[in-house]
Design a protein around this ligand. Sequence first.
Ligand code: AKG
Ligand code: FE2
Length: 239
Amino acid sequence: MQEADEKYTRLCGASHKPKPSRLICNYKMDSSPFLRLAPLKMEMLSMDPYVVVFHEAIYDSEIDELRRLCESRLSRTEIAKQGKNKSIRSSSGVWIFELDLNRQQLELLERIRRRVADMSGLLIDFNSQEVQYMEYVFGGHYYPHWDFKGIPHLEDRIATVLFYLNDVARGGATIFPDLELLVQPERGKVLHWHNMDLGTYDLEKRSLHGACPVIMGKKEVISHWIRDWDQMFIRPCIA
Ligand SMILES: O=C(O)CCC(=O)C(=O)O
Ligand SMILES: [Fe+2]
């Protein structure tokens, strides 16, 4: 973990320039009939492990609605301690499905659920999705961690879909220390990656990731975690 800490500091440092991906940019239109009419702009950042970015994947009106819903209900997200009292995470957040949602808000979340399914090609049950709105202000950060928690019975987070709701003036990038990847937040951009090795259904160690401290402005995101359980009927048999 110490090595990851050093990489975190280096990647988040002002001198780090992300490498051009040299992979592909294309229109994703294969995972649902709807995408044939409205393809998503996809940029591949890493094939193995799978990390991609979608551009302009959430509308301004949807962002405004989500903000209205969550902004006044934020509370400080749990801060775990690491080593010498160093906080792993400093941000505020709210679990969206713990809120009282009206019909219009449920429809918006259903629309987002469908888009997450289209982007990931994975199955998502409306009732089992975990969706958290988070806000980081000056100094807000999240040290490198895995979203996969080692929970038995197929309950784990197979993949993550992170929506960036605003541009951040300085800092706040999401980084993957083992992949030397840095993704800058941008309003409407969505970052998606796999937390599990889809061959062994175990932790994909290189999915370790974190959020650099916000230096200027604030950062608003929505994390959407996809459960292994929901893939039961599409996952290949393990011999
Ligand atoms: O805010 C970010 O860039 C990363 C968030 C994250 O890793 C998480 O919510 O699990
Ligand atoms: Fe995470």
